[in-house]
Each structure stands twice: as structure tokens, then as C-alpha cells.
Design a protein around this ligand. Structure first.
Ligand code: SAM
Ligand code: SF4
Length: 477
């Protein structure tokens, strides 16, 4: 096939596949980075412009250690420019692990007879959410296997249930979803329940590799999954998250495919994904994936930096699959969201107040490697100069999808994101933090407010912080 590296060979059409593996491989095989063009690409990105596939391929193919350092440095600077020092915190809540699919990497696959299957009852969901609220969580992602029991109506029901649970001063203000792809009507039903982001990972974008790992159930259908978030957009769910499971296929291919997916959504719906996730395969009950495509820590760091530069306005999510050291290291190169206080055993939050418990892989989808409490994670973030945030303002003010992109303009962070991070951190400090974290947190807030001087109405911000100290909650700009 003849292909033009500036223009994708497959024309973007709504709900039509858009990945051409030959095109991606031909970029990987032909693009030769030079010092000059690597620097040009980094500079374009620092100018907050999204990179083309070819430009991303230049970064992907860079192997000179000094230039890789420049890529990482560029990512660090860009992150600071676009996101400031905020890190948004969330927690996953597994609702049910029944599954009809047979994904070779996943502990929930239908053929894994050792997996202990469970769907939380409504009462159990309420207890889990109460425990999460007691820890200070405000943003959850609900996770489900793919099973007839987990219909769109059922998922919508669980979303509404989670929003309805209020304990003390606690409440969940944003419920995101990671579940199977639906048809347009299904997405509409779930969207109407008031979800934040609908997240679906393609796992691998390479069609043949996809076939190796997906041996049964609906998930076998590569194209149904590939076009899932198009259907979400058609259904009015304009806030979507994409991802690839790194370790299934060549990481360079997946990075370019993630950028291609971003282009596709922008071309068809005028809005790119809200977030990109890049989980690496971890141990799981019955795991059956070779190590041919294992991604080293060095390549993992590089690919995160490249994604940061390639899609400056897309949030990057790093989960507790990675251990604390890896998280600490890679976060600086562009991550904007992490989970904290994570437990993925079904019913685990209310049961295991003890966090250092042993994980039982027959009860969990995969091994998590950072089981620190939310308070410990916030403590470390503050030590490292980050501003922990539980902000949910944009989504609640309707600043999502295309609108959200419009707001991603200079000054927006200083007027909205940082003040809202401060207000949500103030709530956390008042209601949940340990005394040492309270001291660090209030110091950080004072420093942040001083830095916002001249960029927004800090008098009003200080007033709102005082109102929070006096017991008011959920104040935002
Ligand atoms: N059943 C839904 C689906 O397949 O889209 C929900 C997905 S699953 C509960 C969430 C994600 O976990 C998957 O999309 C996959 O990328 C990831 N995952 C599965 N097995 C994993 C493993 N062994 N290590 C790390 N991540 C894994
Ligand atoms: Fe089921 Fe999702 Fe696990 Fe596949 S990844 S077995 S679909 S829960």
C-alpha cells in the first residue's frame, strides 16, 4: 500500500476502523531521527501542538541516550506548562468479576476456574463506597467484567447508587467507568446515569496480536472494540479514555496506534480522548502471556514521555499496578492522574481496613504493586512538591468534551484547576488527613495561593478556603 506519512492512509469515518498496521510499521521501519528533527518535534510539542504520527515516530525511534534525555526533559517541561504541579487522585472500585471472555492476560477470564467469582450486592456497594469516602476519595472508576449480568441498565444502576451514598462529609462526585463496549443505546443509558469518563483499552491495536490473546467471547471482535468509543461519542458520551496493555505487542506500535486513535476521534468528533492509560501486564491468576514484548522500566519511562509530548492536552493515567518507586520516577514525565489507597479485591475496601494485607490473586484481576493508603500517597506527593487534587469541577460545570478542549487555553489552569485543587485538598485536610499531612498540606496551600497572585482572584480563593475551614464543602470555580 502506498502511504503518505503526513496523512493517514485510512480516511477517518465515524464508527469505521482506522488502524492500518502496515502504515504504522512502515513508519517504525523507515523514520530515522536526527538530532535536529528530534529537537524540532520537542519544540513543536512545547508549543502545545499535537504531534503527527510521523513526528511521534521520530521520538519512538530515538535511541541516542542524550536525545532520550532531551525527550524526557521536554515532557517534564510540557507537563509543568499544561498541568502545573497538580496530580488528580482517584480509586478503582471493582463491582463484578464475572466474565464471558477469554483474555489470556486476565485473572477474570472465563477459563480461569480458580477465580472466585463475585458481583457486589447493592448493600455491599454501599459499604464499599462508605469505606472509600471514609478514606477521603471523591473520584472513582467502577470496573466490571464482560458478562450478560452487567448490562447497560445494571451499570447505570450501580453508577446512580454510588452517587447516592453520602457518609459524614463524604460523597463521590465523579464516577468513571471501565467496562465492556456497548452499542449506541447502551452507551446512552450509561451516559444518562451521569458518568464522567468511559474508559476502554484496546489492549493491543495490532489485529493479529489481538487474535492471539482474545480467544473467546465478544471481546474476540477487534473492530467492535476499536470502534467502541465512536459509539460512545454517537451516544453523547463525549468524555472517553483510551489505553493499551503494554507487554502484549511491540510498545512502539501501541504508542503510534494510541496517537492514531486520538487523531481519529478528533477527526470524527472534534474531541480527542480525555485520558490515555498505559498499564503494563502484571502477574495474574492463570496468566498466559510470554515475555517477548515485556516493556522495560527504561522503555516505559520513554513511552510515557513520548505520549506526553504527542498529545499535550490529554490526561495520562498511571495506576497502582506499578510499584511506588516506578510511580515516583515516571510521574514527573507527564502523568496527570494516579490512584491511591487502591484495593482491587471485590469487597476489599470495607473488609480490609488493614492495607498491608496479602493479595490473593484468585480474588483479584492482577497483582497491584503500590498498596499504600491514600494518606501516605498524599503525604509523599506533598513532599515532592505536587499539589494533590480531587477536583471534579469541569465535568460538573459541563466543561467536558469539545468544551473542555476550548478551555484548555493559557491561563485556564491558574484560574480554575489550581484553585479547585486547593479547595479539594483543603477539604481532604479538614476531614481525613493525619496531623503531619495536615501541616504539610496547609503549607503547600499557602505557597500555591501566593503563586496564583495576579492570575486570579486570590482574595476570593482565600475566602473559600476559610469557608471550608468553617464546615462548608464542595466549593469550586
Ligand atoms: N472487562 C472490561 C474490559 O475488558 O474492557 C474491563 C476491563 S479490565 C477489568 C481493566 C483492564 O485491566 C483491561 O482492559 C486490561 O487492560 C487490564 N488488565 C487485564 N489483565 C491485566 C494484567 N494481568 N495486568 C495488568 N493489567 C491487566
Ligand atoms: Fe474479562 Fe475484561 Fe478480563 Fe478480558 S480483560 S477476561 S474482558 S475482565
Amino acid at each position: 500500500m502506498k502511504f503518505n506519512p503526513e496523512k493517514c492512509s485510512i480516511e477517518d469515518k465515524r464508527m469505521q476502523p482506522f488502524i492500518d498496521p502496515d502504515e504504522i510499521w512502515s513508519l517504525i521501519n523507515t523514520v530515522k531521527p536526527t538530532k535536529e528533527n528530534v529537537r524540532e518535534v520537542i519544540n513543536k510539542s512545547l508549543d502545545k501542538q499535537r504531534l503527527t504520527l510521523k513526528e511521534t515516530a521520530i521520538l519512538v525511534n530515538t535511541t541516542d541516550p542524550d536525545l532520550i534525555e532531551e525527550i524526557k526533559q521536554g515532557a517534564r517541561i510540557l507537563k509543568e506548562k499544561v498541568y502545573g504541579n497538580r496530580i488528580v487522585l482517584f480509586a478503582p472500585l471493582y463491582i463484578g468479576n464475572k466474565c464471558s471472555n477469554n483474555c489470556q492476560y486476565c485473572g477474570f477470564k472465563v477459563t480461569n476456574t480458580k477465580a472466585i467469582r463475585k458481583t457486589l450486592t447493592d448493600e455491599e456497594i454501599i459499604r464499599e463506597v462508605e469505606a472509600l469516602e471514609d478514606n477521603g476519595q471523591k473520584r472513582l472508576i467502577l470496573v466490571y467484567g464482560e458478562h450478560p449480568e452487567y448490562s447497560a441498565e445494571y451499570i447505570a444502576h450501580t453508577v446512580k447508587l454510588v452517587y447516592s451514598v453520602k457518609k459524614g462529609k463524604g460523597e463521590i462526585r465523579r464516577v468513571n467507568i471501565n467496562a465492556a463496549p456497548f452499542d449506541i443505546q447502551g452507551f446512552r443509558t450509561i451516559g444518562q446515569a451521569g458518568i464522567g469518563t468511559y474508559q476502554i483499552f484496546q489492549e493491543t491495536y495490532h489485529p493479529e496480536a489481538y487474535r492471539w490473546y482474545h480467544l473467546g467471547g465478544k471481546k474476540k471482535d477487534y473492530e467492535w472494540r476499536l470502534t467502541a468509543l465512536d459509539r460512545a461519542q454517537e451516544a453523547g458520551v463525549d468524555d472517553v479514555g483510551i489505553g493499551a496493555l503494554f507487554g502484549l505487542y511491540d510498545w512502539r506500535f501501541e504508542v503510534l496506534a494510541l496517537v492514531r486513535h486520538t487523531n481519529h476521534l478528533e477527526a470524527c468528533y472534534n474531541v480527542g480522548p480525555h485520558t490515555i492509560s498505559f498499564p503494563r501486564i502484571k502477574d495474574a491468576s492463570g496468566l498466559s502471556v510470554g515475555d517477548k514484548y515485556t516493556v522495560s522500566d527504561a522503555d516505559f519511562t520513554k513511552l510515557i514521555a513520548i505520549l506526553r509530548l504527542a498529545v499535550p492536552y490529554t490526561g495520562l493515567i498511571l495506576t497502582a499496578r506499578e510499584n511506588a518507586n516506578v510511580r515516583r520516577e515516571v510521574m514527573q514525565f507527564g502523568v496527570s492522574q494516579i490512584d491511591g489507597g487502591t484495593i482491587i479485591e471485590l469487597g476489599g475496601y470495607s473488609k480490609a481496613k488493614l492495607l498491608n494485607r496479602e493479595q490473593d490473586l484468585n480474588r483479584e484481576q492482577f497483582k497491584i504493586n503500590d498498596d499504600r493508603s491514600l494518606n501516605e500517597i498524599i503525604s509523599e506527593l506533598l513532599d515532592q512538591g505536587y499539589l494533590p487534587s480531587f477536583c471534579t469541577a469541569c465535568y460538573r460545570k459541563g466543561r467536558t468534551g469539545e468544551h473542555f478542549m476550548e478551555f484548555s487555553v493559557p491561563g485556564f489552569i491558574k484560574r480554575y484547576c489550581s484553585p479547585n485543587a486547593i479547595l479539594t485538598l483543603a477539604e481532604y485536610l479538614m476531614d481525613y488527613a493525619t496531623p503531619d499531612v495536615q501541616i504539610k498540606g496547609w503549607n503547600a496551600i499557602e505557597k500555591e495561593i501566593q503563586q496564583l497572585e495576579g492570575h486570579m482572584n486570590t482574595l476570593e480563593l482565600r475566602r473559600r478556603v476559610e469557608r471550608i475551614k468553617n464546615g462548608e464543602r464542595d466549593l469550586y470555580f
